[in-house]
Design a protein around this ligand. Structure first.
Ligand code: SF4
Length: 337
């Protein structure tokens, strides 16, 4: 079995919201008041093989972007380890860390916010490869032209500023900037969510063409299952900081087993709707400041049992390459058929 390109083991991320002055005074006076802790990601394990496209799906606030940022090395984990090609990133030498940082790039939702408005496109794309010695000043112009062509943009436009491009073109510039440092792994965080529907398909196709051409591996983060259906080899479903189900894409859509996955699939419009006789998810995702005990999904789950309120379900195998965290276990599959 090949070594995963990226792996996280038991990674957690907590954000502490410090008390304001009034809170600190109240605490000094003996109040029980404490700093607020957001449990964004809770002991997640995930391994991504070279060449694989993994779709990471969940509602807004489930921790998927935070997990993506930890994988991309933008955010340190509170606990757990991140490995690149089997080696812990925290234990790498400086040179190894720099190589891993360049190999893993992130593409953001809002291309306009992530591009410096005062830099020309050629500077935006050329800056990092020049700094990291991937290209010399003499060859930089041609290098930028090649990358612009790869993402479907006319090199003649490279002296323009980001505001002179459409939303779809700006996202292509963001992709070009990431490609300029020759990455092997792209974390795409809601990378098409801000684009018009007509442009979304074009950018998704670009991602898939680049996968073939450059042998890329992707973590594709989205709140929308239908977006990942056509591009992901495997889907990982997150709920309130935890992975609740993971399965090959086709298997997950044909036979979703976790009650949350079943509820999410209700919201995906399909031609074969008669096969989707599940209950849509009710209510809002609870606050990560005070997550429910036991199974985080229990306040919204139509199959809730007593043990769900106290015991955390383990993420366990439920069939070929499938894992699920639910006390119903294999019985959840039976509910779906
Ligand atoms: Fe529902 Fe219980 Fe399964 Fe959680 S563990 S999804 S509450 S049945």
């Amino acid at each position: 079995m090949s070594v995963p390109l990226i792996e996280v083991r038991r990674v957690s991320k907590r954000f502490v919201k410090q008390l304001d002055l009034a809170g600190k005074i109240a605490q000094r006076l003996g109040s029980e008041i404490r700093d607020e802790v957001v449990h964004a990601v809770d002991k997640v394990d995930l391994a991504i093989k070279p060449g694989e496209v993994v779709g990471l799906v969940g509602e807004s606030g489930c921790g998927k972007s935070t997990l993506g940022r930890m994988i991309a090395g933008i955010l340190p984990a509170t606990e757990g380890t991140v490995l690149f090609e089997g080696k812990e990133t925290a234990a790498m030498t400086g040179a190894e860390q720099r190589a891993a940082t360049l190999a893993v790039q992130m593409i953001f939702q809002d291309p306009f916010a992530s591009l410096n408005p005062r830099m020309r496109v050629e500077q935006i794309i050329g800056e990092a490869p020049l700094v990291h010695g991937l290209v010399g000043r003499a060859g930089l112009s041609n290098y930028v032209d090649e990358i612009l062509l790869k993402v479907g943009l006319d090199p003649a436009l490279k002296r323009r500023y980001p505001h002179q491009f459409s939303g779809g073109q700006r996202q292509r510039i963001g992709i070009a900037r990431a490609l300029a440092v020759k990455p092997r792994f792209l974390v795409c965080d809601e990378a098409i969510a801000a684009l018009d529907v007509s442009i979304q398909a074009q950018v998704l196709n670009l991602f898939m063409d680049l996968r073939q051409e450059l042998d890329l591996t992707y973590l594709f983060i989205s709140h929308d299952l239908s977006v990942v259906e056509h591009i992901a080899d495997r889907v990982v479903i997150m709920y309130l900081g935890r992975v609740v189900e993971t399965a090959p894409t086709e298997a997950l859509f044909a036979d979703p087993r976790h009650p949350y996955t079943q509820a999410l699939l209700c919201e995906v419009p399909r031609l074969d709707q008669r096969k989707r006789d599940f209950t849509p998810v009710e209510g809002e995702i609870p606050s990560p400041l005070d997550p429910p005990t036991g199974c985080h999904f229990h306040p919204r789950c139509p199959f809730v049992m007593e043990q769900c309120r106290t015991a955390i379900p383990k993420l366990e195998g439920t069939g070929h390459e499938r894992r699920m965290a639910c006390h119903l276990g294999a019985r959840a599959g039976a509910q779906s058929s």
